[in-house]
Write a new protein. Structure first.
Length: 710
């Protein structure tokens, strides 16, 4: 394949700026000005080719992609590198040193192998200082050192790159390209400090006898006063040039934790830190599996002056913290960029907690088994049935009256047949008294005047209302009996349903409508609070609902629990689902009724993970351990154990908060009815009795007035 297809032109890869800083140009010129342009000797060429072949076949450099920094003048080293890249069809980028400050997409890639040509360490340190964005833990760096005499050890330069940028995958080719110098940051030196440099060199007779496995490096000469440890490096596929972080050798890591639902922070009598709960177990497991030493900095809730999540991410970006072992939502944090998430540990929801709507008063229970629409339907049904009852009676009486008028003889016969003669046997004195009494009664009746009757337009509606409350009083005709039979089963079923719902409401009282979705939250008109500003940024969609919700959200800074504010100040809080499951969320009134309600609709589902520095060299090992913990079921075990303890504590707390009478009632399972259940019923009864009493006295008053007029 042609070489031009692999060397991508600089003009295509980079967005060139119109001008470059003069100070950068001077440093870049200084970086390359001392590099000699003399041709390489045959021994140097063979040594360099041997090293490049080893790098090309080493699994630690795969996938291999070179990035060559070009000087501003012709260099035999660069020409040899470009020729080697083209001959072996290696993917490569090339860029001039003065253009490294430009931001190109390909430069942000990881696992690039950057190649530098360096004359002395001072110019290299200047280059590191100005090109800080070039150094990433995920890249490899191949430094070709052309100086003849090394006056300064590489240990300081390697340590500086490791501590500032986490760069450890770096190899220096020096001493006529016959020696490799590499850095092991986790190995201890003689002074017990971490960071050890190893150097291995080629055999002098390697040109006469080659090895297929490139077993051509040996210890440096005895006269070497560089101070590097002796080691034989076998150049084969098993050769390890870089640290694999399988054993951190008790290397200290700065770990930040803060008190949360899954992390409990406390101190013993000797002021020693004690951690518990699942996040603490994860931290201990990581420390043991990685064989590291965690320098744990713990923050308690009483120390939270600001958002603890923002404080933690700030510590990550300032490189004061290596890892935060507290669950973060895997989402975009707008103010922070230089961090990365570990593998997800579990899932959680972002929910709303609102005040409980409360129980409907017990007096309303007789009217609550049916909804309003059903009550109106039953009222309409009752009116219809009463109307049919009267209509059937009216039609039957009309037909009977017409039949009697059309057949008067039949009417007389019927009257005669229905009358029965009554024989009375009286004595003579009795007959005399009978006629005297009859004469007296006839005179009284002629003088008696009945009170005025109630007008029809008032009397009939009253009778109709009476039949509405008790429609089927007496069935006088077959049509009414048929109507009664047709509605009997419907009335029985309806009555049974009503009673069953009413009885079940004693054990599960009726609630006022709760908040169920985001629309209900917005329509409630209540303020939404949260302690964390990053949760407010969740609702940034273009929908009208989210826009209204963002206007309601207030970020508060208080030591008080948000659940306590919701329970007693009639506000809504944004919270995690596990907050209610694992936290102390038992807020009850005196009767044991809950004060908090979890809104059914949770707008977001998030994965939860821990946080480490961007391109952290420990990330791969951390993810490996966390995945094994999750696959082994340890995380679920810790969750279940914690949840069990919390449930037991909640049950004990609820029992202690109840008085003895309520406790006995709850333990026995009995439900006692009180006057509160029948208050409205008795009130309606009182209204009915009072109305009937008033009507009775009104009738007496009208009767007396009519009597006085007579």
């Amino acid at each position: 394949m042609l070489y031009s297809t692999y060397l991508i032109p600089l003009g295509v890869l980079l967005l060139l700026k119109s001008s470059t800083s003069a100070e950068h140009s001077r440093n870049h010129d200084k970086f390359y000005s001392s590099i000699e342009s003399k041709p390489l000797s045959s021994q140097e060429t063979d040594n360099l080719r041997l090293v490049l072949n080893f790098i090309r076949q080493s699994p630690e450099f795969h996938p291999l992609t070179f990035s060559v920094i070009l000087p501003e003048f012709q260099s035999s080293f660069i020409e040899f590198l470009l020729s080697y890249i083209g001959q072996n069809s290696i993917e490569a980028y090339k860029v001039r040193a003065r253009d490294l400050s430009l931001k190109a997409t390909w430069m942000s890639r990881l696992r690039l192998t950057w190649i530098f040509v360096v004359q002395d360490l001072s110019s290299f340190n200047i280059f590191v200082y100005w090109q800080w964005n070039l150094w990433k833990a995920g890249n490899q760096y191949l430094i070709i050192f052309t100086g003849k005499v090394v006056t300064t050890l590489w240990t300081e330069a390697f340590t500086n790159l490791w501590r500032k940028y986490d760069v450890h995958r770096i190899v220096v080719v020096d001493d006529d390209f016959r020696c490799l110098t590499r850095y092991m940051p986790l190995e201890k030196r003689s002074n017990n400090d971490f960071g050890r440099v190893y150097k291995s060199c080629l055999k002098k007779n390697h040109l006469t006898k080659r090895s297929s496995e490139y077993d051509l490096l040996q210890n440096p000469p005895k006269g070497n006063n560089s101070g590097y440890p002796d080691e034989i490096l076998r150049l084969n596929t098993d050769t390890r040039l870089f640290e694999n972080f399988q054993n951190l050798n008790h290397y200290p890591l700065n770990v930040l934790v803060f008190e949360s639902l899954l992390m409990n922070v406390s101190y013993d009598t000797r002021n020693r830190l004690e951690l518990s709960k699942p996040d603490a177990n994860v931290a201990f497991a990581l420390e043991k599996a990685m064989r590291a030493t965690f320098r744990i900095k713990a923050m308690r809730k009483v120390d939270f002056m600001d958002d603890p999540f923002a404080t933690s991410l700030t510590g990550i970006e300032t490189r004061n913290v290596d890892m935060v072992i507290t669950g973060f939502f895997v989402k975009v944090y707008s103010k922070f960029r230089k961090f990365q998430f570990t593998c997800a540990m579990y899932e959680d929801k972002l929910c709303f907690v609102s005040p409980d709507s409360g129980l409907v008063p017990k007096a309303y229970m007789p009217f609550l088994p049916f909804q309003k629409s059903l009550w109106f339907l039953l009222i309409a049904y009752n009116i219809t049935v009463t109307f049919l009852w009267w209509l059937a009676k009216h039609i039957s009486e009309s037909l009977r009256r017409q039949y009697k008028c059309a057949n008067p003889s039949r009417r007389l016969e019927i009257n005669r047949s229905t009358r029965k003669p009554q024989a009375r046997y009286l004595s003579k004195s009795g007959i005399k008294n009978y006629f005297l009494i009859k004469e007296h009664r006839s005179s009284d009746v002629s003088n008696y005047k009945e009170p005025p009757e109630i007008p029809r337009y008032i009397k009939r509606p009253i009778i109709f209302i009476e039949h509405l409350t008790y429609p089927f009083q007496t069935s006088e005709i077959p049509a009414q009996r048929a109507l009664l039979l047709g509605t009997l089963f419907f009335a029985l079923i309806l009555n049974g349903l009503y009673q069953s719902v009413l009885v079940s409401s004693l054990s599960k009282p009726f609630h006022y409508p709760q908040l169920h979705n985001l629309e209900d939250v917005v329509d409630s008109g209540k303020i939404v609070i949260t302690k964390y500003a990053n949760l407010k940024n969740v609702f940034l969609d273009d929908s009208e609902l989210d826009a209204m919700l963002v206007q309601r959200i207030r970020v508060i800074n208080t030591q008080r629990s948000t659940k306590d504010i919701v329970a007693y100040e009639d506000k809504i809080a944004i919270t995690r689902y596990y907050t209610l499951e694992l936290g102390d969320s038992d807020y009850f009134d005196k009767e044991g009724n809950p004060l908090l309600n979890l809104v059914d609709e949770c707008p977001m589902n998030y994965r939860v993970s821990y946080v480490s520095r961007l391109h952290s060299p420990y990330a791969e090992k951390v993810d490996f351990v966390l995945l094994r913990l999750r696959e082994a079921g340890l995380l679920n075990f810790w969750f279940d154990d914690m949840l069990y303890r919390i449930k037991i504590a909640k049950i004990k707390k609820r029992r202690l908060n109840k008085d003895m009478a309520a406790m006995k009632s709850w333990m026995s399972g009995r439900i006692r009815l009180s006057l509160d259940h029948y208050l409205l019923t008795f009130l309606l009864l009182f209204v009915g009795l009072f109305g009937s009493t008033v009507m009775f006295f009104v009738e007496l008053y009208i009767a007396k007035r009519s009597t006085r007029k007579c």
